[in-house]
Design a protein. Structure first.
Ligand code: IPM
Ligand code: MG
Length: 357
């Protein structure tokens, strides 16, 4: 197969981790007889520096003209002082929305080799952690009006959160369909005791639940969900929630699995074109030092193979190679443990490539 992949290296550790993922994609192409063409896209801080905008139109168009998009990470202290609408993160939000990617899929799965690295008690970890956060990605407070006014001699800031029924229904469907392919359990997370958006969310989810009688359904308030993820994560299969709750809970979910550096994600809308990125940030403190964990990005590339290109076997081969590198005791600094060997970002890439070939 021939596929065109838009590649956004981004800021901080972005270029290093994307580099390793591209080497893995090339090894897959060679092994299975595919041709991948890569198109460079500037987004985030680097685009602000080069083009004066976090996501120039031309860059969005390159993504829209590709079969899929691979992203490292964006942002950094250099751009922290910029006004909200000119920050690197704005580019990421514009990309998600410009590509119509409303469904963000963030697996929280414990790699057995990393069980010791989980901050949870081992008796909790041993019950298993294997769930997915299905996060609504292009609505809610992230995309409502943002403003700061001068009122009665002081500043007053406002961020508007709103959801329409169709926005809730389409993400709900993704959650129920995903659950059907897994352990058939959906937990919908909201704050229906306080927010109107959450009450509407709950109403639409309940309507959907009737269409999926084979899927077990439960509502959970977001504060309780934060607690339950730490207390008994084995109870979750598919967690569906709005944009900001999903942002927060997916960080918590990744942490309990041992390392945020391991977690990939996919963002999809209608059609097969997606955006694939690790869920961690640009880690400016270790950028350029060849220390970062490339596995989240490598697994994101594997998700791209599976979900956008229907290359199940190729994706499984990448996951197996990652497993073998972990079995061999190789660890980047973020997940280093006793008895393991600490390796650099590129050494981890080398090892995974070795197992893949
Ligand atoms: C994420 C990130 C982004 C978000 C930031 C960088 C805008 O935290 O992908 O979770 O909040 O969505
Ligand atoms: Mg986040």
């Amino acid at each position: 197969m021939e596929k065109q992949i838009a590649v956004i290296r981004g800021d901080g550790i972005g270029p290093e981790i994307v580099n390793e993922a591209l080497r893995v994609l090339e090894a897959v192409a060679e092994k299975y007889g595919h041709q991948f063409q890569y198109v460079d896209v500037d987004m985030g801080g680097i685009a602000i520096d080069r083009w004066g905008q976090a996501l120039p139109r031309e860059m969005l168009d390159r993504c829209l003209a590709s079969d899929s998009v691979l992203l490292g990470a964006v942002g950094g202290p250099k751009w922290d002082g910029m006004p909200g609408d000119q920050r690197p993160e704005k580019g990421l939000l514009a990309l998600r929305s410009g590509m119509g990617l409303y469904a963000n899929n963030r697996p929280a799965k414990l790699w057995k080799q990393l069980a010791q690295a989980s901050p949870l008690k081992q008796e909790i970890v041993e019950k298993g952690i294997d769930f997915i956060v299905v996060r609504e990605l292009i609505g809610g407070v992230y995309f409502g009006e943002h403003r700061t006014d001068e009122v009665n001699g002081e500043q007053k800031a406002t961020d508007v959160m709103s959801y329409s029924e169709h926005e809730i229904e389409r993400i709900g469907r993704i959650a129920f369909e995903t659950a059907r392919k897994r352990r058939k359990k959906v937990t919908s997370v909201d704050k229906a005791n306080v927010l109107d958006t959450s009450r509407l969310w709950r109403k639409v989810m309940h309507q959907l639940a009737e269409e999926y009688p084979d899927v077990e359904y439960a509502d959970m308030l977001v504060d309780n969900a934060a607690m339950q993820i730490a207390k008994d994560p084995s109870q979750f299969d598919v967690v569906v929630t709005e944009n900001m709750f999903g942002d927060i809970l997916s960080d918590e979910a990744s942490m309990i699995t041992g390392s945020i550096g391991m977690i990939p994600s996919s963002s999809l809308g209608e059609g097969s074109r997606g955006l694939y990125e690790p869920i961690h940030g640009s880690a400016p403190d270790i950028a350029g030092q060849n220390k970062a964990n490339p596995i989240g990005t490598i697994l994101s590339a594997a998700m791209m193979l599976k979900y956008s290109f229907d290359m199940d076997e190729e994706a499984a081969a990448v996951e197996t190679a990652v497993n073998q590198a972990l079995d061999a005791g190789l660890r980047t600094a973020d997940m280093m443990a006793d008895g393991c060997r600490q390796v650099s970002c590129s050494e981890m890439g080398d090892a995974i490539l070795g197992y893949l070939k």
